[in-house]
Design a protein around this ligand. Structure first.
Ligand SMILES: *Cc1c(COP(=O)(O)O)cnc(C)c1O
Length: 357
């Protein structure tokens, strides 16, 4: 039996995609072999690879003067790749809105003059700090933000105003809402939240930012290496790219990012509305900054939280345990979480509240 999996990542994939991948597993499109067995230099894989890039560009509305790279190493590797490639003047400002943002900030400090321009640490990252142009230094290479904070359940609804290049870690809300890519110099995301299986990391980079890496930048972390080779400098994560490509086709078939965003807003509203009208459950995030992807919540006690997670799991609602930095529960309701999954969670929450209040 398939469960509703509320994991923050790796997370659910559309069932239609899983079934298609299963059907094609032994013999991909008459090739007589599985994509897992195929040379990354073969014609068949080349088509899978290029089609995935094209469909991703179309879904995101990536402008002509940007390049999409399919990389490895997770979003965490981008924490170092970004400064190694983009620090030309040697300075960057970071906004620290959570654990991953802080990791990115700390990593960048190894390579340049890095300043934390704003942080929401004072209230355990339950909001997004408001900034204006004057909060950033004049002569910086970029401003780094995390658009959606996976652990704390916050999101930027308005991008910060800055004259500098904007760099975003979009790992947990890419393809869930429309973004104007031209507002960014670089966007990166690990695939395992809203794109496909783990192992693939996507970078969207404006072309003028390619080719400026520091001399010490390892070849494999240099965006120019991968841009020059259409992300085939070395063996890419072939199977993850193939499954991600199927997710892109599926997303296109249901109306693209705009359509899925409406569903995402609907799912999140159902859950937040239920939490807000209840005096048993509580979400700590300031309302304007609530994420539609990751919804943390608590019951009145840590004992009840543990009981909730255990009983929900038995009812087929799994991976609801909150991150250790926040505690309680967290429901990650990415693109592939069906509306029915959220409704089932709410039904369970109602029952649990009645039984334990
Ligand atoms: C999950 C996550 C990361 C870490 O991703 P890896 O692919 O595991 O390195 C970084 N940033 C954000 C916002 C995330 O959600």
């Amino acid at each position: 039996m398939r469960v509703y999996n509320f994991s923050a990542g790796p997370s659910m994939l559309p069932e239609e995609v899983l079934k298609k991948v299963q059907a094609e597993f032994l013999d991909y499109n008459g090739s007589g072999m599985s994509v897992t067995e195929m040379s990354h230099r073969s014609k068949v894989f080349d088509e899978i690879h290029n089609q995935a890039i094209e469909n991703f560009k179309e879904l995101m509305g990536v402008p002509e003067n940007y390049t999409v790279l399919f990389l490895q190493g997770g979003a965490s590797t981008q924490f170092e790749a970004v400064p190694l490639n983009l620090l030309v003047k040697g300075k960057a400002d970071y906004i620290v809105t959570g654990n991953f943002a802080n990791k990115a900030y700390k990593e960048a400090q190894k390579y340049g003059d890095i300043v934390c321009a704003a942080s929401s640490k004072d209230k355990n990252y339950t909001y997004i700090p408001q900034t204006s142009k004057k909060d950033f230094r004049d002569d910086i290479d970029y401003v780094h933000i995390t658009t959606n904070n996976t652990i704390f359940g916050t999101v930027y609804n308005e991008l910060p105003q800055t004259n500098a290049t904007l760099v975003a870690d979009m790992s947990s809300n890419i393809l869930s809402v429309e973004y104007d890519v031209s507002k960014f110099g670089l966007i990166y995301a690990g695939a395992q939240k809203n794109i496909g299986p783990a192992g693939l990391t996507i970078v969207i980079i404006r072309n003028d930012l390619i080719g400026t890496a520091m001399e010490i930048c390892p070849t494999m972390l240099n965006y120019e290496t991968h841009a020059k080779n259409n992300s085939l400098y070395n063996t890419p994560p072939c199977f993850s790219i193939y499954v991600a490509g199927e997710v892109f086709k599926h997303l296109k078939s249901i109306g693209g990012v705009k359509a899925i965003h409406e569903v995402n807003v609907y799912k999140a509203r159902l859950l937040y509305d239920y939490i807000d009208q209840s005096d048993f459950y509580f979400n700590p995030v300031e309302k304007p900054y609530r994420s539609i992807m990751n919804v943390p919540f608590v019951t009145p006690s840590t004992e009840l939280d543990a009981q909730f997670v255990a009983e929900a799991s038995k009812a087929g609602l799994v991976s609801l345990k909150g991150h250790r930095l926040v505690g309680g529960m967290r429901a990650s309701i990415y693109n592939a979480m069906p509306v029915e999954g959220v409704k089932s969670l709410i039904e369970f929450m109602k029952k649990f509240e009645l039984e334990n209040k």
